[in-house]
Design a binder for this molecule. Sequence first.
Ligand SMILES: *Cc1c(COP(=O)(O)O)cnc(C)c1O
Length: 434
Amino acid sequence: MKLPRVDDVLAEAVLAGHRVVYALRKRAVQARLAELRARREEGEAPTAEAVARTVAGRLDELVRVRPEAVINATGVLLHTNLGRAPLGESAVAAMVAAAGACALEVEVESGKRGSRMTWVRPLLQALTGAEEVHAVNNGAAALLLACTTLGRPGGVVLSRGQMVEIGDGFRVAEMATAGGVRVVEVGSTNRSHVGDYAAALDAGASAILWVHLSNFRQTGFVHQASLRELHALATERGVPVIADLGSGSLGEIGDEPTVQSYLSEGADLVTFSGDKLLGGPQAGILAGRTELVERCRRHPLARALRLDKTGVAALHATAAAHACGTALPLQARIAASVAELRGRAEAIAAALGWPASCVRASEATIGGGSLPGDVIASVAIAVPTEHPDRTARVLRMGTPGVIGRVQEGALLLDLRSVGPDEDAGLIAALRRVV
Ligand SMILES: *Cc1c(COP(=O)(O)O)cnc(C)c1O
């Protein structure tokens, strides 16, 4: 098979006039030709024009807006692979407003250097009840910063029952110690007592680390010294209790602990994510005693982990929404009644001319390392298809993409993780495909 020459493919009109720069076009053509060569197919070679068309299509894909917006119909509200919490309108507007020059670290009145936390601080202090707060890039960064700052020289004590692995193979104990601080493991998988912690502190440990069992539960013959007990011990020994909460709820959601409850039970410093139950952007928040937060803020790592201006903007808008009692999309989705979801599902099915039997009871989850095992009653639309996996793929690749869930041979679109403002887009996407 005689393949066309690189220059001939590049000279084809679809590529010669393509908006992508020449070097990239050339690379893409070379890559495509190498692919065809590797296949060693018999018969007619593709024309220069055919190769050019394929390459042009790939280049278009490469430079269009990414990550593209999708509709999360998985029924998992905080889906890490789908960007976790959907931002509220005010957070989106704040990010756009901060895109250009913005008063990020300047006191406009005096013209002097200010702090990017100036406006976020008082809101998060009031909402969490913490003496002081600081925000960094994400929850893992907050944990790393806290342990690196406060865990020297003797390391942090951690129960073997709290050695949590979160998504993608990352382990909390490893993240906490990535800054060179030692973990002093105590207790057993199922039982850890105050005395275990006391012995580790006697041996010179510098802080206690408490990790919320965000994505699993233990039952049976289990015991974990409580935060209150550890607080009493830590106070006596003059070391801090760092509590990695992860989820970071400010209000009651199931039996998920809140930031306030951790602080009142005796955590000296709580770390949590901005894009889990807080319903905001990716961020990591440290909330607790002034002296501890201040030490973390002054650590050189804080500079490496700092939150960018659009994150600051969205975090501020999210905190302001909590402060004003404005429902954020995540909170609205959690609170939606089953009747409401059913009404929407029926309207969508009717708009598509699908039978009412497509509308089914379903079970959604919050996800994002919160409320493991808990489900929320929900409603799903079962897509009428003979090939659920194939249709799921076609839907994912639509515009907008729709991400459903295949369960017991049915392709389900769970409405609890879909905003009511997305229904029209969902109908349009389904109409194009099914
Ligand atoms: C999610 C989570 C983290 C990591 O937070 P990110 O914001 O994803 O970096 C750390 N610890 C716990 C317990 C978590 O649930």
